[in-house]
Design a protein around this ligand. Structure first.
Ligand SMILES: *Cc1c(COP(=O)(O)O)cnc(C)c1O
Length: 359
């Protein structure tokens, strides 16, 4: 029995994708082997890898002057790879601090560059995005980094910052592919796969070509974007199964109508849940309405101490992984692309019943 899995990541994957993978698990493309057992340099895998990239490019309308890299190591490794590649020694880099993930990113960058915190959402308790007019950027910064969707706080940028001629760098781990995105606004976009792309162990980097070739001395080759791009992300063995599965997810997205369809679906899912929370009188979401995440919806219960019971009873109804992040407590429902509207409706039904019994 499949459950509605509200995990923030690794997250639910589309059932048709899992079924397809299962159907060809032991005999992939008539090879008598699984995709995990074939050479990444063989014709069949290279073709699958290329097709995955082509479909992703089509979905996101990635301009021709951007390279797409399929890397190992998670988004967290990119926290280091980005300053290593884009900030010369001694350079200043701008970071916008809006929650837990941007904090980690800027902490890691501080090991390689001088970090200027251009804005900090502290005054709002990290429940809102500081208006762009209040940011204090360094005009000579090597890049401006921000986190479009803070997965833990459930806070999302309602705009793309205007970084002028400074390359804009975005950690899109928990929002990529949830709606169309104007890639041309960015110097670099990166995303760990396990939220909206596929299995963990894979990270996507979409980088403008003119930013390649700037890695500082001492950067490991596998982290040097130019070196990796020159080898088609196969400088060493890539996470082949994750790459293959990501390709199946991209095919699925295309078949569902692409990112415009995802945007409509994701908006309706988020609105359904927030509307219920706001009207419930029992649950609350602390985030400024304009900055509420479509992907991660944290909420609290009016009666303290009921969180565990809520999570246990929900799980019995097939609604799983609703506990908030261990650092903030409360509850959180993640509504990535693979979560259908019916899952959100089932959650709202359970929440309303739970509130009736405990309110
Ligand atoms: C999950 C997440 C990460 C961490 O990804 P890893 O692949 O575990 O390194 C980083 N940033 C954001 C916004 C995330 O949601």
């Amino acid at each position: 029995m499949r459950v509605y899995n509200f995990s923030a990541g690794p997250a639910m994957l589309p059932l048709p994708v899992l079924e397809r993978a299962r159907s060809e698990l032991t005999d992939w493309q008539g090879s008598g082997m699984s995709v995990m057992e074939v050479s990444h340099r063989g014709k069949a895998f290279v073709e699958t890898a290329r097709r995955a990239e082509a479909t992703l490019r089509e979905l996101l309308a990635v301009p021709a002057n951007y390279r797409v890299l399929f890397l190992a190591g998670g988004a967290t490794l990119q926290f280091s790879a980005i300053p290593m590649n884009l900030a010369p020694p001694g350079a200043t880099v701008d970071y916008v601090h809006t929650g837990a993930w941007s904090k980690k990113a800027l902490g890691e960058a501080g090991r390689y560059a001088r970090v200027n915190v251009a804005a900090d959402a502290k005054d709002s308790g990290y429940f809102a995005i500081p208006p762009e007019a209040s940011w204090r950027r360094d005009p000579s910064a090597a890049y401006l980094h921000y986190t479009p969707n803070e997965t833990i706080g459930g806070v999302e940028f309602p705009f793309i910052p205007d970084s002028g001629s400074v390359p804009l760098v975005a950690d899109c781990s928990s929002t990529i592919l949830s709606r169309p995105l104007d890639v041309a606004r960015f110097g670099l976009i990166y995303a760990g796969a396990q939220k909206n792309i596929g299995p963990s162990g894979l990270t996507l980097v979409i980088v403008r070509e003119d930013l390649l070739g700037r890695a500082r001395d001492g950067t490991p080759s596998v982290l040097d974007y130019r070196a990796v791009a020159a080898e088609g992300s196969m400088l060493n063995t890539p996470p082949t199964f994750a790459w293959y599965l990501a390709g199946l997810v991209f095919d699925w997205l295309k078949g569902e109508g692409g990112l415009a369809a995802m945007e409509r679906r994701n908006r309706e899912k988020a609105e359904t849940l927030y509307r219920y929370i706001d009207a419930s009188g029992f649950y609350s979401n602390p985030v400024a309405p304009a900055c509420r995440s479509w992907m991660n919806v944290p909420f609290r219960l009016a009666v303290a101490g009921l969180e565990q019971r809520f999570a246990e009873e929900a799980a019995r109804e097939g609604l799983t992984n609703l506990e908030g992040h261990r650092s903030v407590g409360g509850m959180r429902a993640s509504l990535y692309n693979a979560m259908p509207l019916e899952g959100v409706r089932a959650l709202v039904g359970f929440m309303s019943e739970f509130a009736r019994r405990n309110g």
